[in-house]
Design a protein around this ligand. Structure first.
Ligand SMILES: C[S@@+](CC[C@H](N)C(=O)[O-])C[C@H]1O[C@@H](n2cnc3c(N)ncnc32)[C@H](O)[C@@H]1O
Length: 366
């Protein structure tokens, strides 16, 4: 897949029309979205979609004549939503718990179970707080990913709840707000760790990759980096685990990240010392920007599904964004077949370390 193909939008048919999709967007191929869109019923006038993905539930709500606001964290999904809805849905980047209290009649939420319990709990709290008294929350998810637990939690927050649909492991339920929602608790968390002789402190928001500890693969990659890496690009930088130790060693640091809570976390950890961009792969860079060293620990899950297309786009972007003679460091699970992809592009490819993960170094020719 070329970068151009990765970034292109495709029309996907939905009952009564189509939505735009693209590689890397959340909510693609997740049947919970479809089931929720089929079964939700209108209530009141204003609706809020707190995990829209490519917008299937928002689309159904529009068809029911409701005024819809969709809050999304993924840059790739935001692109799809903006293309599909134009001005007909108020699409905004944001955190699902930062909702305006008592502002809406209906909330829809496909449970973001793959983002961890704390993230789902806060999303439910955001939904409960946004609803007016008597407003309704529709949730969808899988029994295999904690649906029963989250349904009980939603009942504790709101009140009456009814299971509307079972389809294999998938569930859809509706709840009614019968009591005031609790205040939002403190959401930021932090941890300290020793990396290459220094103690570093990291802050992070719920839902980010490897919150609370440095991923063992990322720690392996850090051990292989040169003392003076020059101008560095960190693709899929998360909360800054790879970039933070390079502060003071790199001539400049640029971090690209698709996920908004991760972007906010990286900005908190890197401050003025790096440029942190909300970016689907390299789309937020200007066409001429190139770097001496590129580092990545690429994702291979999107919304809980194993997909390599985003990782392939990371490799394509790394090749395009490296200066001549530049170096690309990639860490991955041992079973992932990145070597042939790198060899197809780069002049040389070496395995620098193998343990729980493998660290690969690819050179761009001079
Ligand atoms: C395996 S994590 C690594 C995070 C961080 N570099 C570390 O080492 O802890 C992969 C990161 O890629 C981000 N990501 C996923 N898809 C992306 C995309 N299309 N563009 C940019 N970043 C993306 C994820 O949100 C996640 O933070």
């Amino acid at each position: 897949m070329t970068l151009e193909e990765y970034h292109s939008l495709h029309k996907t048919p939905v009952p009564g029309g189509y939505l735009y999709t693209k590689a890397g967007a959340r909510g693609l191929a997740d049947p919970a979205y479809e089931l929720l869109a089929q079964h939700l019923e209108p209530h009141g006038q204003k609706a809020l979609d707190l995990n829209p993905g490519i917008g299937m539930a928002s689309y159904a709500l529009r068809q029911h004549g409701l005024q819809v606001q969709a809050i999304e964290t993924s840059r790739a999904s935001l692109r799809c939503l903006e293309a599909s809805f134009g001005a007909t849905v108020e699409v905004s980047r944001g955190l699902p718990w930062e909702t305006e209290p008592d502002s809406t009649d209906l909330v829809v939420l496909v449970l973001p179970a793959n983002r961890g319990t704390r993230y789902v709990e806060l999303s439910l709290l955001g939904a409960a707080r946004a609803l007016r008294m008597g407003g309704r929350l529709w949730i969808a998810g899988s029994r295999d990913k904690g649906f029963e637990h989250y349904f009980r939690l939603a009942q504790e927050l709101l009140g009456f709840g009814l299971l509307v649909k079972r389809d294999g492991p998938l569930r859809v339920a509706v709840l009614e707000k019968e009591k005031p929602a609790p205040e939002l608790p403190a959401v930021w968390q932090s941890f300290a760790c020793d990396l290459q002789g220094q103690t570093l402190h990291f802050a992070y928001l719920p839902g980010v990759f490897s919150g609370g500890h440095i991923d063992p693969g990322s720690a392996m990659l850090l051990r292989e980096l040169p003392d003076q890496p020059g101008h560095v690009l960190d693709i899929g930088g998360g909360y800054g685990a790879l970039s933070r130790p390079l502060v003071g060693r790199a001539l400049s640091l640029t971090l690209l990240e698709d996920d908004w809570p991760s972007v906010l976390s990286a900005r908190q950890n890197l401050g003025e010392k790096a440029t942190v961009l909300h970016s689907d792969v390299d789309e937020a860079l200007t066409p001429s920007q190139t770097f001496t060293t590129i580092v990545t620990n690429p994702p291979f899950h999107v919304g809980g599904l194993v997909v390599l297309e985003t990782a392939i786009a990371f490799i394509e972007a790394a090749y395009a964004r490296l200066e001549r003679g530049g170096k690309f460091y990639l860490v991955a699970n041992r079973f992932l077949p990145y070597e042939p992809l790198l060899e197809a592009r780069f002049a040389t490819v070496h395995t620098l370390a193998v343990d729980s993960h493998k660290v690969l170094l690819a050179h761009k020719s001079d």
